[in-house]
Ligand binder design. Structure first.
Ligand code: SF4
Length: 124
């Protein structure tokens, strides 16, 4: 992302290519309004070997920050389109984003299978 939100502290925690992608997006307009750009930097990415209870608590705290962020929708779409494999983005954890992406893929497949009215008329 821009490096959203979760700035330099997290860059070290993600693969180099992800950090490069974030750097490329750094100037995206929505990024400048990210609430997490200014504070709460440690909430968005897991430290290594984080216990489950601590992770759940941290993720909920990050989501509360996202809930008051004016660019949550833009951030979420960015994280889904990249896709961003780590951290909380746009109020969603990595696991939640995988579910959203799977639903989108399933919906797209269903739409492809559904005959369009124009095709039916032409065929008939
Ligand atoms: S939605 Fe959350 S992760 Fe995204 S920019 Fe806002 S505070 Fe940061």
């Amino acid at each position: 992302m821009l490096q959203p939100p979760h700035s330099s502290l997290q860059i070290a925690a993600v693969p180099a290519q992800r950090a490069a992608a974030r750097d490329r997006d750094q100037d995206a307009p929505w990024h400048t309004e990210a609430v997490c750009r200014r504070d709460e930097a440690g909430l968005f990415f897991a430290p290594s070997k984080e216990p489950t209870a601590a992770r759940l608590s941290r993720e909920e705290a990050a989501k509360r920050v996202c809930a008051r962020c004016p660019v949550m929708v833009e951030c979420r779409e960015h994280a889904l389109l990249q896709p961003e494999p780590y951290g909380v983005w746009g109020g969603l954890t990595a696991a939640e984003r995988r579910v959203v992406l799977a639903r989108r893929r399933r919906r797209e497949m269903e739409l492809k299978k559904t005959p369009r009215p124009g095709r039916i008329a032409a065929a008939g």
